[in-house]
Design a protein around this ligand. Structure first.
Ligand code: 0L1
Ligand code: MG
Length: 255
């Protein structure tokens, strides 16, 4: 097994068993290219177990998070069907290590998209948009990582919930977003916090998947990235996101 294969098995096993691990960077500083290679290899292991690809997530899409992790570009990760949680359902904490939830906008692709595209070209490939909740769950101890660590760990992707799809004609530029826990507003933000406009995240997704020799496919879901800080999840919570003009999406947290 090559070193990168070993690291892919390391992060994949941690995700599969919901077990926290030491940062890869403690022993091996990954380049960005190596980190994405580890991510791709780890997701191959999921596909080999029968999971299917359903899209991608964009991460570190706000200035605050880029500064926190010390990067100047967004990151991306792969979504599989096994990560999708039911809208309005109960999410089991046992599947996760120390999950956090963040408010997002999701795109549903109606046509393939890849490479350097304009915002208009990107939106022309979108069939629908929806409010979405991403559950991020870094596999690293104390949710601490460097940029190579987090990319190798599939950019912390672990779960997501999608609300009702709406036509892509909704103006996404500055929609109020309120993330509530147990009926109380926990984070309040705007879709503008996602790179200034969520479509910029889709443009970045098209560029970055193409750099990996892939493309966004019709039917893919693209999570545009968090509009606010993420909130730690705990058993018993009811989580609700309301997005102006788009609607809401919710789940409960169980054992
Ligand atoms: O979706 C995100 O922005 C998370 C990317 C990875 C960083 C983190 O886990 O906070
Ligand atoms: Mg996110």
């Amino acid at each position: 097994m090559s070193r990168l294969d070993q690291l892919a098995a390391y992060v994949d096993e941690a995700a599969l068993t919901a077990t926290e691990i030491a940062q890869i960077s403690e022993t091996h500083k990954l380049t960005i290219a190596e980190a994405y290679a580890v991510q791709a290899l780890s997701v191959q292991r999921r596909y080999a177990r029968g999971e299917t690809r359903v899209g991608v997530k964009m991460g570190l899409t706000s200035r605050a998070k880029m500064i926190q992790v010390g990067v100047s570009d967004v990151v991306w990760g792969r979504l599989t069907d096994a990560m999708r949680e039911e809208e309005g359902g109960t999410v089991s904490m046992a599947r996760y290590i120390h999950p956090r939830v963040e408010p997002e906008i999701a795109f549903l692709m109606k046509a393939p998209l890849a490479g350097r595209v304009s915002p208009l070209e990107a939106m022309a490939a979108v069939g629908a948009v929806a409010p979405a909740l991403e559950i991020i769950d870094s596999r690293y101890k104390a949710f601490k990582f460097d940029v190579g660590d987090v990319i190798a760990d599939n950019s912390s992707s672990s779960g997501f919930v999608i609300g009702q799809w709406a036509p892509p004609t909704v103006d996404l530029s500055n929609l109020g977003m309120v993330l509530s826990i147990d009926g109380r507003a926990g984070e309040i933000g705007s879709s503008a916090a996602i790179l200034g406009h969520p479509v910029r995240s889709l443009v970045a997704a098209a560029r970055m998947v193409a750099e990996a020799g892939e493309r966004l496919e019709a039917g893919d879901i693209v999570l545009a990235g968090g509009a606010t800080a993420a909130i730690p999840m705990a058993v018993g919570q009811s989580v609700l996101l309301e997005v102006e003009s788009l609607g809401q999406v919710a789940f409960n947290v169980g054992d």
